[in-house]
Design a protein around this ligand. Structure first.
Ligand SMILES: C[S@@+](CC[C@H](N)C(=O)[O-])C[C@H]1O[C@@H](n2cnc3c(N)ncnc32)[C@H](O)[C@@H]1O
Length: 402
């Protein structure tokens, strides 16, 4: 099966129905199949708590994910992708929307921009699946600005002979340009120009489904594409994603919490663009344990399974050699007294392999002393990234015995 078939990703039922709908439109040149689609098949759409619709992915590794959080699909776009941005509305703005799906994130960006600016907005939307973009033409628009995004999607789907009729009546305002790339985002990013974007929205499925969209090599492309004050936003709090950003020369910060227990992740080349630190234990685990080994995709063309397997292998090799074992969350006990004797024995066995005699040893305290500087509010000298890098250095020093 090709990468595109795998990444096609929406559930097979709806995928086939959507394709049928547009096949009919092509053969009949009649608008009925598209106009009646939602009423006929609304059971295939997932209503989220704010009244906007989502769709299900197909089953991968026995898991089905919904494209958006059940707490609210369009609310998620505003909360996680728009609110953390610090746009300068007096100048032109450019956004790269990766994994554009139904176009909600772009639509939220348009709504925000139209409220605040009269300059120019460019959005480059990237989505691998025509059928998913086409779903964006079939769901009820959650906000009026979604109609602008729909027009851009429709134009591209007509250009690519997927849709036939021009049914979207909303015009794209003159100061807004929307380009739609229908391909693997890993290919698109290699074609885009340096230093272009004020924001990158990164909204793939979870890391186990799509590790290729969270790799160090992919993020290195972002480093080239984003302006120095630009911000990348993604919903995940995953350790390998966060460490992948650091390895790609970004600072990281805590993103907003919405529909999940943990906040997402923000990344920028300028630490002053990122207000909040990650939780302390996240910093410690990323810096010191094998859970912080990122995803790698040299050549930007490997399969998800290959990337996952290689990371498992790298974690295995790093454990007890360059990283503390992540088992029983060992590193978070550094510098702490432990009451649970059984757990303590396991933790200290793991630590001993890294030349750290006990959780309260001088070595342990030296490594996590860095966290005494922890502050929820970040600044350019003292932030999650500087602390993670410093703890990594200290662990290396202890392990190498100098
Ligand atoms: C969580 S959904 C995104 C929802 C979307 N941001 C929205 O506003 O509706 C993830 C999307 O990533 C797309 N996708 C998967 N692999 C991709 C790839 N390699 N390149 C671009 N898009 C991809 C899927 O088709 C799916 O639509």
């Amino acid at each position: 099966m090709s990468y595109e078939d795998n990444a096609r990703i929406i559930s097979d039922d709806i995928f086939e129905l959507v394709n049928e709908c547009f096949d009919q439109e092509r053969s009949s040149r009649n608008n009925e199949s598209r106009l009646n689609f939602f009423d006929t098949y609304n059971d295939y759409f997932v209503l989220t708590d704010d009244g906007s619709y989502s769709i299900n992915s197909k089953e991968i590794n026995h898991k089905v994910e919904t494209l958006h959080t059940s707490t609210g699909a369009i609310s998620e776009s505003f909360e996680k992708f728009i609110k953390p941005m610090k746009f300068d509305y007096t100048t032109d703005i450019a956004i790269l929307d990766i994994c554009a799906g139904l176009g909600y994130n772009s639509s939220a960006a348009i709504a925000d921009f139209m409220k605040n600016s009269t300059a120019n907005l460019t959005i480059d939307m990237v989505e691998i699946s025509k059928a998913t973009l086409a779903c964006g033409l079939l769901v009820p628009s959650p906000i009026p600005e979604h109609d602008i995004t729909r027009k851009a999607i429709e134009n591209e789907l007509i250009k690519q002979n997927y849709a036939t009729l021009s049914l979207e009546t909303t015009e794209i305002p003159e100061n807004i340009q929307i380009n739609v790339f229908i391909e693997d985002a890993r290919q698109t990013v290699q074609k885009l120009k340096d230093n272009t974007y004020d924001a990158i929205f990164l909204d793939p499925f979870s890391q186990n489904m799509a590790p290729e969209l969270f790799s160090v090599e992919f993020f290195k492309q972002f480093r080239r594409l984003i302006k120095d004050d630009g911000i990348i936003a993604t919903y995940t709090s995953s350790a390998p994603v966060r460490s992948g950003f650091i390895e790609s020369d970004f600072y990281i910060g805590l993103g907003p919490i919405f529909g999940r227990k943990q906040g997402g992740t923000l990344a920028s080349h300028n630490p002053l663009m990122l207000d909040y630190s990650l939780p302390k234990n996240d910093e410690i685990r990323i810096a010191l344990s094998d859970v912080g080994i990122p995803f790698r995709d040299p050549g930007l063309n490997n399969t998800s399974d290959y990337i996952l397997e290689k990371r498992t292998e790298e974690r295995h090799n790093a454990r007890h050699t360059t990283k503390i074992s992540s088992a029983v969350k060992t590193p978070i006990f550094l510098g702490k007294e432990m009451d649970d004797e059984k757990l303590k024995r396991r933790v200290e066995r793991n630590l001993a392999k890294m030349n750290i005699p006990s959780t309260t040893s001088e070595e342990a305290r030296y490594i996590v002393e860095v966290e005494n500087r922890y502050n929820e509010k970040q600044d350019d000298k003292n932030n999650s990234t500087t602390r993670i890098i410093e703890m990594k250095k200290r662990l290396k020093k202890i392990k190498e015995g100098n």
